[in-house]
Design a protein around this ligand. Structure first.
Ligand code: TRP
Length: 378
């Protein structure tokens, strides 16, 4: 019996099936990205990303408004983030890959918030540990090759003054019963947790607040972050700020099939610092397979690629849709066996990771030029 999924920004449990994702988007009040919306994106951006076509980014809030503003030449920017609580895995980096694509198609500025304060308040981590992950995670993200002129890294503790003055404006309108309802907090939770959402909302309006001109904000995030933006969308109009729009993804499937990849279990996912042999070994040993028990059966009946980790990882990293389609067909028909699928996936993952490693020195060199400052926006 599948267990209903329960998702908050701090915990995910239950089975993340397609119907659960649909149900959750619906319950949260987000809209599903349908074919009409995909065509709208194509007409405004001139392209659609495979993650839109394969249902990875599957829901939204007011995406149409952001697209309309973009089309009309109004100011639109992107905002996303990362909580630096540990090493990054593939599931963490893929939303950034999509965000980079959006940024390029939109020609937009991007703010990346690093919520080190969040990880201190919510996890049993000391500020020193968090600081180490902050730098490492930023370098991982920047290794994707973000444009330094348009990409702005905002580390919460380093920009505390700037964030605090805006966050208190939000905090007046976030009461305890709302926080409990939206985030599932208990009476025993510390007060830092209750305040934190105010900090996460600031990058969604800070440009408008600072410049006095309206900047539409579009936030790409995985569905677990939706409660934060539900609160932001509720509060920001009350302080005279525009509501942010959002574009919302599912999680990358876990290596072992159920749940999501987790930093606390090294064998639950592929980490960015895994060596090529480790990647291959993890795939061969742990990857959940949609294949049959024997080669003979597989040749005869084919695999189920949709639930197969190797196929999904390949699909998320291979930009050529036509190639992916062919592999899907061959795997489903039984022409490709599970071992071959795993080899193809591990080669694809390894060349993606090799590229990140190759870009890393450049990211280190440019590190300071990505620091947030208001005078970089125009
Ligand atoms: N809270 C997020 C995390 O734990 C980080 C984050 C901050 C974020 N701002 C965001 C994620 C905006 C997506 C969009 O990872």
């Amino acid at each position: 019996m599948p267990e209903d999924a329960n998702i908050t920004p701090w915990s995910v449990s239950g089975d993340l099936t397609e119907s659960q994702y649909q149900r959750i988007a619906h319950e949260f009040g987000a809209k599903i990205i349908d074919s009409e919306m995909i065509e709208r994106i194509r007409s405004v951006l001139g392209d659609v990303h495979p993650y839109l076509l394969n249902g990875t980014f599957y829901a939204h809030r007011d995406l149409d408004i952001a697209l309309e503003d973009l089309k009309n030449g109004k100011k639109v920017y992107l905002y996303t983030g990362r909580g630096p609580s540990g090493k990054m895995h593939l599931g963490h980096i893929l939303p950034f890959l999509f965000t980079k694509w959006l940024q390029e198609k939109m020609g937009a500025h991007l703010i990346i918030q690093i919520t080190d304060d969040e990880k201190f308040v919510f996890r049993d981590l000391e500020l020193n540990d968090v600081a180490r992950y902050t730098r490492e995670n930023i370098l991982d993200i920047l290794s994707l090759g973000f444009n330094p002129k348009k990409t702005h890294i905002l580390v919460d503790t380093e920009n505390a003054g700037l964030l605090y003055n805006s966050a208190i404006k939000v905090s007046r309108f976030v009461n305890v019963s709302l926080s409990k309802a939206v985030f599932g907090f208990q009476d025993s939770d510390n007060v830092g947790k209750f305040f934190f959402t105010c900090i996460q909302s600031v990058p969604a309006f800070m440009l408008t607040e600072h410049t006095g001109e309206t900047w539409r904000c579009l936030v790409p995030y995985a569905i677990d972050q939706d409660p934060h933006f539900k609160v932001s969308r509720d509060v920001l109009p009350k302080i005279g700020m525009p509501k942010p729009s959002s574009i919302i993804s599912k999680f990358m499937p876990a290596l072992k099939g159920s749940g999501k990849m987790s930093s606390s279990d090294p064998n639950s996912g592929i980490f960015l610092d895994d060596s090529p042999t480790t990647v291959k070994k993890k795939l061969m040993k742990y990857a959940f397979s949609g294949g049959r028990d024997t080669a003979e059966e597989q040749r005869k009946y084919g695999a189920n690629p949709d639930i197969d980790f190797a196929f999904n990882a390949y699909r998320l990293l291979e930009p050529d849709n036509e190639k992916v389609r062919k592999v899907y067909e061959s795997y489903r028909s039984g022409a490709i066996l599970s071992g071959e699928m795993k080899t193809l996936a591990s080669d694809t993952i390894n060349s993606f990771l090799a590229k990140l490693r190759e870009n890393r020195p450049k990211a280190e060199e440019l590190f300071d030029s990505y620091k947030f400052s208001f005078d970089k926006f125009s």
